[in-house]
Design a protein around this ligand. Sequence first.
Ligand code: DGY
Length: 328
Amino acid sequence: MANRPRVFVARIIPDDGLEPIRAACDVEVWPNELPPQRAELLRAIEGCDGVLTLLTDRVDDEFLDHAGPGLKVVSNFAVGFDNIDVPACTRRGVAVGNPPGVLTETTADLAFALLMAAARRLPEGDRYVRGGQWRTWGPMLLLGPDVHGSTLGIVGFGRIGQAVARRARGFGMRVLYHDLSRVDESIERELGATFLPLEEVLAQADFVSLHVNLSDETRGLIDTARLRRMKPSAIVVNTSRGPVVDSMALFEALRDGVIAGAALDVTDPEPLPSDHPLLTLENCLVVPHIASASRATRGKMAAMAAANLLAGIRGERLPTPVNPEVHG
Ligand code: DGY
């Protein structure tokens, strides 16, 4: 059909998003599990009115040049948008959207699951059973710390950090947090959370859960010095972005007993190669960036990403814009 907008969707996403896009546009969907190589991506977006990107697709001046002047919108299928040069998009009047909010609870669920799994050594226990080592009930077998009644330090106290705090309340945990600024006192009261300087949160926490955006300020935030601030019994949970933690510093801290454990949904590099030193450690649990991976949440993310894409193509303000100034 003539005059339908041209759109590239950089991976197969749930039908909640693909169907409305297919109904309104001429769509090319990248069919493979692996992302398009850079050259393939740049070819695919040529002449597009809109592109639906994933966190593996870098959107920068080169991308915008290839897409051409007809590009109106980049809709990211991830709440984090560190893959997008937003100022470059804004300069060219290209709207950027993301799906905030819908994955908050699902991501907090996984952060808490990782915390529990690392504390109670679930992956090690599973490996022990499958490895044929389980011969009797052992009074000293796979001991770990209690989660209930312990102290949780939350670094980054936005939507997801606060959702983790709500879960922690149910476990009778003491909740400390750090962010650029304090949240409203009523939220602190509701969540039983206490604001402290970062170094204090790290020093007092039994579990440290990271929920900051990736930026120049947070890249390498958890480095050797900060790991040394933590208790030797501390467990670090990262569901934010891999580069927030210095991977080699974490490896050395886990290997040398500076801290007790780590549970990572995100890594640097990502994906983590199977021969990475972190994967030689029993006290490091790694899952493949699945924090938002519930069926319901991925469906909602797809629907929101589609709604942003279609609004941008129509020249309307996006329902959930990253750079609303594009539409004045
Ligand atoms: C996001 O949305 O930023 C997650 O990391 C991917 O689910």
